[in-house]
Design a protein around this ligand. Structure first.
Ligand code: AP5
Ligand code: MG
Length: 189
């Protein structure tokens, strides 16, 4: 099974590239952000809890997120592989993912780090906010999300380097060009 962590700052293209990977390799896709937005839309208790964090650009507590991830993962039957988009985002989540996969005799195949400069991230997210109106795509919240990324999530780059799974992907350029670079890494696995 291919277990691909697609990693990067807010707006780095995780969702965009995941959609292409799903199509090309027939993988299942877990976007923890999408899961939480669906819960908010459906007005569930989890959604009510998540909304406060998301609107403020903060992370949902690890314990909650880890439970959600395991239950979505176990809902996939006869999977060829899974793309983890937006998870892990903390060291605790990376440890939990490793343990969860090990319990199922699996491991992360590769972590793809989509690197994009901050000014470009801001431009992309402001534009998306104007076009589609995701509640957290406004300048103030984007700044908080970027700060959370630097403080809590970016340390995972070293974590995955130590784990031998890290792969750098230049996240600037055409969507097709970036996808080709990603496929080149996956096809070598
Ligand atoms: P989440 O939904 O994961 O949001 P995010 O990480 O902030 O990232 P985005 O989804 O905004 O960006 P993306 O990298 O997917 O880029 P995209 O392809 O859309 O999380 C939202 C919130 O949920 C978090 O803040 C947190 O509160 C909570 N949460 C989620 N997971 C959690 C976890 N594990 N633990 C705790 N809390 C969690 O692209 C962005 C834009 O750029 C698009 O408009 C796209 O068209 C455009 N674009 C893409 N590629 C290119 C390109 N090459 N050139 C130009 N434009 C491009
Ligand atoms: Mg996304």
């Amino acid at each position: 099974m291919l277990n691909i962590v697609i990693f990067g700052a807010p707006g780095s293209g995780k969702g965009t590239q995941s959609a292409r990977l799903v199509e090309k390799y027939g993988l299942n896709h877990i976007s923890t952000g999408d899961v939480l937005r669906a819960e908010i839309k459906n007005g569930t208790e989890l959604g009510k809890t998540a909304k406060g964090y998301i609107d403020n650009g903060q992370l949902i507590p690890d314990a909650l997120m880890i439970d959600i991830l395991a239950s979505v993962f176990d809902s996939f039957k006869d999977s060829k592989g899974v793309i983890f988009d937006g998870f892990p985002r903390t060291i605790a989540q990376a440890d939990a993912l490793k343990a969860m996969l090990a319990e199922r005799n699996q491991e992360v195949s590769v972590m793809l780090d989509l690197e994009v400069p901050e000014d470009e991230l801001m431009v992309r997210l402001i534009k998306r906010g104007q076009e589609s109106g995701r509640a957290d795509d406004n300048e103030e919240t984007i700044k908080k999300r970027l700060a959370v990324y630097h403080n809590q999530t970016a340390p995972l780059i070293d974590w995955y380097k130590k784990d031998g799974k890290y792969s750098y992907i230049k996240g600037v350029g055409t969507m097709d060009g970036i996808f080709a670079d990603i496929c080149a890494v996956i096809d070598k696995l």
